[in-house]
Design a protein around this ligand. Sequence first.
Ligand code: DC
Length: 211
Amino acid sequence: MIIAIDGPAASGKGTIARHLAQAYGLPHLDTGLLYRAVAKAVLDAGHSPDDAGDAVAAAAGLDPKKFDETALKTQKVTEAASVVAAIPQVREALMNYQRAFATQPSGAVLDGRDIGTVIAPGADVKLFIVASPQVRARRRVLELQARGEHVDEQEILADLRRRDERDSRRSAAPLVQAPDAHLLDTTHLAIDAAFRAAVAIVEAVRTGRKR
Ligand code: DC
């Protein structure tokens, strides 16, 4: 079974993806890490994230097994990831790895922005996870505070809106709900309830298929 999960930042998609992967015994790929790793490589080399040449070279040389997730979650890398992700050749360079991960015999769970539309359009189950910008900003603040970072909630909210805009408006694989994706709004749901709602969707799709 391939489960494709898309949605904006801090919508809950990453947590839901991890829990679903565990529940169904499937390997999980957080595809945002790929774009973050490209962004970090570009920044570390002292280059600008909107320089397509540098970003494409970083994407082509990426080793997805060597990710240091903590270093990829800083605000600087987060912002730059959204910039490199808008470069079509960067997306192209990361495509084969993601498609191979999705189509491995065991099945897989992938989360990102274009999984149900571009990477795995034939996925068995597609979820599109959303939440209000205010709730997403609150979640991000709590997450950053837990890591000891001092943050301004209004700044985080403005940053989320800017990234939403960039991720949704870009011409290459923008963030959009696939026509056959199931919408799950986690605005008023705690993690447990959001996970249960996701399982209910997966089970409904599986049961429907068996009929
Ligand atoms: O999910 P995330 O916040 O870790 O993603 C980081 C950036 O990468 C985000 O701004 C959008 C981009 N991204 C993308 O364009 N396509 C994906 N499949 C995953 C992430």
